[in-house]
Design a protein around this ligand. Sequence first.
Ligand code: ADP
Ligand code: MG
Length: 707
Amino acid sequence: MANMDMPVSKLAGIGKVKAAAFEKLGIHTLADLIYHFPTRYENRGVVSTLAEGRVGMMQSYILTVATEPKMARLRGSLTVVKFRAFDDSGSVEITYFNQPYMRDKFHTGETYRFYGKLTEKLGRFSLSSPIAEKYDEREALPELYAVYRLANPLNKNVLRECAKQALSICRTEITDVLPSELRAKYSLATLSFALENIHVPENLTALDRAARRLAFDELLQTALAVRLMRKKQTQSFAERMENGDISKFLNTVPFELTNAQKRAIDDIIKDMSAGEGRDAPRMSRILVGDVGCGKTVCAAAAVYMTVHNGFQALVMAPTEILASQHYNDLAPQFASLGYNVEKLTGSTTAAEKRRIKMGLENGSIDIVIGTHALIEDNVVFKSLGLAVCDEQHRFGIAQRAKLLEKSPRAHMLVMSATPIPRTLSLVLYGDLAISRIDEMPRGRQKVDTFYVNENYRERLNGFIEKQFADGGQVYVVCPAVEAQEDDADEGAVTVSVFDEGFTPPLKSAVEFAKELSERFPEASVAYIHGKMRPAEKNDIMTRFVSGEIKLLVSTTVIEVGINVPNASLMIVENAERFGLSQLHQLRGRVGRGERKSYCVLVSDSEGEIAKQRLKLMTKTNDGFVIAEEDLKMRGPGDFLGTDGARQSGAHGNYRMAALCQDASIPEAAGEAAAAILEEDPTLSSEAFAPLRKKLANAMSASETTMN
Ligand code: ADP
Ligand code: MG
């Protein structure tokens, strides 16, 4: 057995309990461990003097111990060890809670590099539980330390040590999946260099090279997988649909279609009715357009054409909330036309599921709307003619492959509200036919956007009050679910090694909701986040839609698709944490009705790039401009589906592509994929064997849920 396949439990220091924790992270083998990439890095290399030190910022200080540590007992068994330390610019108190052994670690006159957060209370500064490394002028200490997604009782140090062990055991087994000509062409580091340096970075430059190489691999795999899938798709046939009586459907639409919508529907009709006899070349079309432009009705037209021709249609969305919204939109409309519509998601009860599966198999259900539960193995269709997929880039490649497998004679229609830069869209979608909906329904208003810092808090609260007084509703989006979570960002991208300087503390949805409900007792404030049960989320959303809840605090679970026309204000806290395209999507949640609407981005970040990015948001409403700029400033991470970053250790996600800030990577990967398949359309040559194997793994990997 190759060392790569060795179970992690074989590593020194890993017993049953820790092995179980690794399982929880999806790490079974040494290979899994090696591909469990850090989420960020501690940069202990930036040393400042105490005088320069900034409260609230993680920094290193080189300090000499001034007093012998003393230990005091607090309540019960709590202890605190305290001593003072100094540098040329001043002195500070250092404290360690509940680490009694720290008393014997430090001695007067010794010098350490302390890495921690400076705090201030009543004019007294202290460093609380800093990481301490013995300092010696003649020997440089490492600068960068990897930080990983954790599971109890694994801590940072265990993860770091295990990754190191795994690398040293497997070193000789790391075969590069890229032929050397390709590496040379795109100036990519070798795979072994990249894997070593991603876990144990030599320095920032090496880390950058490592991230770039691994990001390239991830995107190349996607680009290849998408192209291979596409090829199968375009070479196969789907059911040919007669363009029967589409006006019968259009009569049920309560508004006048925009020209862009009409064009998109024409495209769809042409695709699905092409060909001869029973066979039509399979449609693979993507509808792209800003939130609110009205993609759903275009998809519904395709659904109508399908069921009108006697076939079944499925509509798949990345979250339960979105699936419910589609269901609520489409079910009454199609029921009125005499069709049978059902919803199938992860939270559907077992008995319901059984009933729906039976209906799909015997053909009594015409339309099914749901989440990836729809593509579970035991869902069988009698005659699937169309699969609609909303925000497809949020589904993993394996899920997309499964959807294709499930529907051998179905047309494919993808909807996306994320304006993706062209280079990246080639990677993620290959060469899908595009219908762009570049026109908003009449009466839509531009959302005025402001960028403010904490100093405006009271004025902002006044502004919230004004919305309530006018009968409007308010969204507040926070980057974290609960306070003090190390790795709990939901949707927000964490790239601290690349962050500039001071990172403002994260606002959490749960706590901030509490604060706001005290501030606005009349408003019936509620919160919603991805860790809640689907039934709970549905309940909250329903009450927000009905207007009972006036202020909804949430994580980015409301990012896509949700439609509450009465909402007039979107506030985004820690706006620096979000991708611009994500902010653009969030902004699209308001301005959907009659009300004049606003978006306020709150950020205390002092980083220059962060400031520039947020300013751009106040200047343009064009999603495509924003997408291109975002790619330039922050790399491809923001477009890759934040759920991907939270997935388990399975290979083939976008962990590194999400961190890498090199905007040229998607283009290089797309170009390389095209060139590789040109040379070897089935990847069967010896040179591509490692790549082929890796790809097969990625496409069959079972991915975790996306909710
Ligand atoms: P998205 O493209 O974001 O999925 P939806 O399809 O959900 O947008 O449409 C957003 C809202 O706009 C829905 O309430 C829908 O009924 C409405 N809508 C769509 N097209 C039009 C139109 N041509 N005129 C007026 N309202 C429309
Ligand atoms: Mg939509």
